[in-house]
Design a protein around this ligand. Sequence first.
Ligand code: NAD
Length: 478
Amino acid sequence: NTPDTTMTIPTLEYTPVDKIEKIVETVRQGYNTDVTKSIKWRKQQLRQLYKMLDENEDILCQAAYLDKKQSAGEAFLVDLMVLKNEVVDALENLDEWIKPERVNAGLVHALDRCEIRREPFGVALIIGAWNYAYQLTLGPFMAAIAAGNAAVIKPSEVAPFSAAVMTLLVEKYLDPNCIRVVNGGVPETTRLLELQFDHIFYTGNGMVGKIVMAAASKHLTPVVLELGGKSPVIIDDTADAQVVAKRLMWAKSVNCGQTCIAPDYVLATPDVLPKFVSACSAALNELYGEKIRSSKDYPRIIAERHFDRLAGLLSEQLKVPGSKVAVGGFCDRNELFIEPTVVTGVGKDDSANPLMKDEIFGPILPVIEIKNIDEAIEYVRSRDKPLALYVFSKSDKTISTVLSKTDSGNTVVNDLFMNMAVGELPFGGVGPSGMGKYHGHHGFLAYTHPRSTMIRPAGLEKLVSIRYPPLAYSATGR
Ligand code: NAD
């Protein structure tokens, strides 16, 4: 389960800022040859991408381990496998996706060929995030090339080993005339954002999302923004507390809670709340054993900065009267270890409850008691629309009321995350949790624009001459 750590991963080298413009120019020249539009090139690159992921699973898992002590099993299950499936899906369906869509234009246009052609935008910039470094960088990239774009990839510098391996492999397996990687942090990304792209796909926090969108607006470049936010879990009295606890503790512990669609907080009715909380410890024991710290399946926080933020939030929350740790609570800075932690007695007022201010993005779960489902709905509606919303209930009425009265980018009823396994479900946020969708066909759609096309017979001038003045008819009837 612990990956082989003997393979050599190069140190991540940042791209010199003064070289970035030339790199983008090279990719633009590659795009201008029209090679990326050919189906042959697209499929060849997709096959190469699959081969790259398949032949290098060990080193990719090793990098994820070095970045955040993620086991090979988890890195494969939640990051690489999802990505490989997406590549296979694109290869299997590309011929269908690219077919022009004929539209029925009516009798008047019976001799015209009216169709929608899905055209690539051109040169795409993909700015990836660190938490699922492969899927969130190469997933959108995969959709970009399937759609016939050329691409510049900017992996997150916060996961340096994963970024270094991706750079090495992309250079080895993919077409360097049309696909390039730029590495770095804020100065390098800022330089990229000054340049002209035809599409920008950014995954990360909303504050940077605004910077990306502002930069894109200077060139009127379309963007997809995959952001985050506080994703609620609503549990009513009909739910099976044990099942909910197991599913929720798993989803809050995968990748050490550093997941954009992780359950951020729980809203539970009075009857189910104590049953749920007491089932959480047993669920964690089943998942990771008595000593979670020694479990090879439980990763670590990515960096000290994030550890300090999370440990700080927890200690601040515990100063609030009534708040207490019901499960876990142990943190060790040397190891960047934070135990999956459930905090009860958390209030709904953000200004008085540190854990309720911003997205937690770590393995700490505040639990808020609500009187009934209406109160939960009112609370969710009073906040930003979340990236994900989860409901656990056996009542069809509760489920349909929550679905009809709330909004979120993604919703799963009676489980978490499993929508990710269905390629045909679009993934993305709404409002402050993001704009634009991808995965499967939706990724292809995100990276193409519908070119409206009408092809008329070259002759038949008599038939169309009715539109020319002098007109035989006018609206006034004169
Ligand atoms: P991050 O720090 O890796 O940043 C993302 C990218 O933005 C990186 O490539 C980074 O270099 C770049 N960046 C950072 N600061 C910048 C700046 N000032 N100007 C230009 N570029 C800059 O990732 P993060 O923001 O820590 O990621 C966590 C957030 O992302 C959470 O809010 C999470 O919910 C969200 N997220 C969303 C999704 C999704 O699919 N919707 C997926 C993962 C993470």
